[in-house]
Ligand binder design. Structure first.
Ligand SMILES: NC(=O)c1ccc[n+]([C@@H]2O[C@H](COP(=O)([O-])OP(=O)(O)OC[C@H]3O[C@@H](n4cnc5c(N)ncnc54)[C@H](O)[C@@H]3O)[C@@H](O)[C@H]2O)c1
Length: 328
């Protein structure tokens, strides 16, 4: 059976309307799609519509597709209603494996058999998520990054039963809604990006736990230096370029011996109450009196502008070293 691909997709069914379900809603509505969302939490519809309205001005700056409208958002009261008329389904319930397996089983019973069912999971194995889903070959992980209406990366991971066609068709759809799919070809916990983020996070926790630095100091150590490079280069390319003509070969010769030193700890320290307190208070200190909504608004504009600069001055897609997937 041929799966519904990028040009067949008019309506997206979203299961779970929290942070990530809201992000998908905003991105898909701005691209002119119809969106059906279900979420049993009290006040979920009101919160969702308020968040979509709040993000709309920035989506106008990003550029709205023809026909894009907040009126295309339907909030419905069951998974069946959300997915039965959907051309593509994206699940965004909390990160509990048993819940996801259960929800996938229900989605599989009601979604059209040729519709892809994607999970936003941050780290579960698709082979386990698809285990009890009808037509498991159409199940993929489509792991986005918050705020997902601005950030383009989506990691696509297939399970043992996922077809190659599902991976390609999902990539085509994500591209259509302005994202850059990255195929995680080997199924692993936490995929690629969260594994990297976790490594930095574990080190941050050790630095706090050992009393070496505060949260604002650690964040400054990223934002003033590596973070600016990471916006478009990645660690390897940054070090390759930093060494000038010698490139990575010179970097490894120069710093290779230091790699033997026990600079990193990597395994997370125990999350004691004291450590949690220091991390939370550090974030509060860095936030001060500023309102989180205003901070999010400014973050979104920064991310947009950074991408505009990258688009203008860095290499265009196809020449920037991104491991492109084949067209769907
Ligand atoms: N927050 C992030 O930055 C982020 C980034 C990438 C991926 N993710 C992943 O996205 C998923 C959702 O995370 P989130 O941050 O949006 O969580 P969240 O807690 O903000 O939202 C989850 C929502 O799912 C709803 N829900 C619970 N059971 C449900 C059901 N049976 N049917 C429909 N809705 C149900 C809850 O009421 C809640 O509103 C998780 O798998 C998470 O790992 C999160």
């Amino acid at each position: 059976m041929t799966l519904r691909g990028r040009d067949d997709i008019r309506r997206v069914g979203l299961v779970g309307g929290g942070v990530i379900g809201t992000g998908w809603s905003i991105r898909c509505l701005a691209r002119g799609l119809d969106v059906s969302v279900t979420d049993p939490a009290p006040g979920a519809e009101e919160n969702l519509r308020e968040a979509v309205g709040r993000a709309w001005p920035i989506m106008e700056q990003v550029g709205l597709a023809d026909g894009a409208s907040q009126d295309r958002l339907d909030f419905v009261s069951s998974i069946e209603e959300a997915v039965s008329g959907a051309d593509f389904v994206q699940e965004n319930v909390p990160e509990h494996e048993d819940l996801k397996i259960e929800v996938f089983s229900e989605i599989g019973r009601h979604a059209p058999r040729d519709a892809i069912i994607a999970s936003s999971s941050s780290g579960f194995l698709p082979t386990r998520i698809q285990a009890r889903t009808e037509a498991p070959e159409r199940v993929i992980i489509g792991h986005p990054f918050s705020p997902l209406y601005i950030l383009p990366l989506v990691e696509i991971v297939g399970g043992r039963e996922t077809s190659e066609e599902a991976v390609r068709a999902a990539a085509g759809y994500y591209r259509r809604i302005g994202m850059r799919p990255l195929h995680v070809r080997n199924e692993i916990d936490a995929y690629i990006s969260d594994r990297l983020q976790q490594a930095v996070w574990h080190e941050s926790l050790h630095l706090v736990n050992d009393g070496i630095a505060t949260i604002p100091e650690i964040d400054a150590a990223i934002t003033g230096g590596p973070g600016l490079r990471w916006a478009f280069m990645g660690t390897a390319m940054a070090w390759h370029l930093a060494a000038g003509a010698g490139g990575m070969r010179a970097t490894l010769a120069h710093f290779g011996p230091a790699m033997e030193l026990p600079w990193t700890k990597l395994k997370a320290p125990e999350l004691t109450d004291e450590l949690a307190r220091r991390v939370i208070e550090g974030c509060d200190e860095a936030t001060g009196d500023r309102d989180w909504r205003e901070m999010q608004r400014r973050r979104d504009i920064c991310l947009l502008k950074i991408q505009e600069v990258i688009n203008e001055y860095w290499y265009p897609p196809g020449e920037d070293g991104w491991p492109e997937m084949g067209e769907a």
